[in-house]
Write a protein that binds this ligand. Structure first.
Ligand code: PLP
Length: 214
């Protein structure tokens, strides 16, 4: 069996022991279609990318051949790329400003489609990080709700690196419940089990499935 598929299957088992509602987004950024194919053939549905151009090149054909696939934009998204992003992505996890939210809404309306989005939260309150500040989250959420064709699924975070993520994931779970949101996007190769224990709906795993990126 292909190594990436082996990795995916064992991670899935581990996660299911913690939380059977947690789904895996296989983060395939930098890896070619040939390395993703075994997972698609196996029937895995959710994939994550962080660049619009790379995603269009890689996924246009793959999605044509398999209409079950759901593609998740997990990286920073510039407003001038939104018109391309809404054609290829089913979910956008990095909504953290109103200009971006409005642009996504405008472009999806033009195409008469609805896109699922996550609001990125700067959960560690780090000055260099993207994401809405916790203090502004309620008002940001209320304003986002005004935009048509945005299906706000939940919150997303990237906790501070080199710290124990557990406390941040607990905070995210609390915020998500306060806002009554159905889904939660958190956890990567280093901390997906903690995320699953804290109610993550989606963990985003790259390295542990596909290996190290260049
Ligand atoms: C690359 C990336 C991941 C996956 O990271 P790994 O450590 O390789 O699992 C998850 N989330 C985001 C936002 C990423 O950019």
């Amino acid at each position: 069996m292909h190594e990436s598929l082996n990795n995916l299957i064992s991670i899935k088992k581990e996660i299911n022991n913690k939380n059977s509602n947690t789904q895996i987004i296989a983060v395939s950024k930098t890896f070619p279609a040939s390395q993703i194919a075994p997972l698609i053939d196996y029937g895995h549905i959710h994939y994550g990318e962080n660049k619009v151009q790379e995603s269009l090149e890689k996924w246009t054909e793959l999605k044509k051949r398999n209409d079950q696939i759901k593609l998740h934009m997990i990286g920073k998204l510039q407003t001038n790329k939104v018109k391309f992003a809404v054609d290829i992505f089913d979910y956008i996890h990095s909504v953290d400003n109103l200009k971006l939210a409005k642009k996504i809404s405008d472009e999806t309306k033009k195409r008469d489609k609805i896109i699922k989005v996550f609001i990125q939260v700067n959960i560690g309150n780090e000055f260099q990080k993207s994401g809405v500040q916790i203090d502004n989250l309620n008002s940001f959420f209320e304003e986002c709700k005004q935009f048509e064709n945005l299906d706000i699924r939940g919150l997303m975070c990237l906790p501070p690196i080199n710290e124990n993520s557990d406390v941040y994931f607990q905070k995210m779970n609390t915020l998500s419940k306060q806002l009554n949101l159905p889904e939660l996007s958190m956890g990567m190769s280093q901390d997906y089990l903690s995320a699953a224990s804290n109610n993550a709906s989606f963990v985003r795993i790259g390295t542990k499935i596909f290996g190290k990126r260049n």
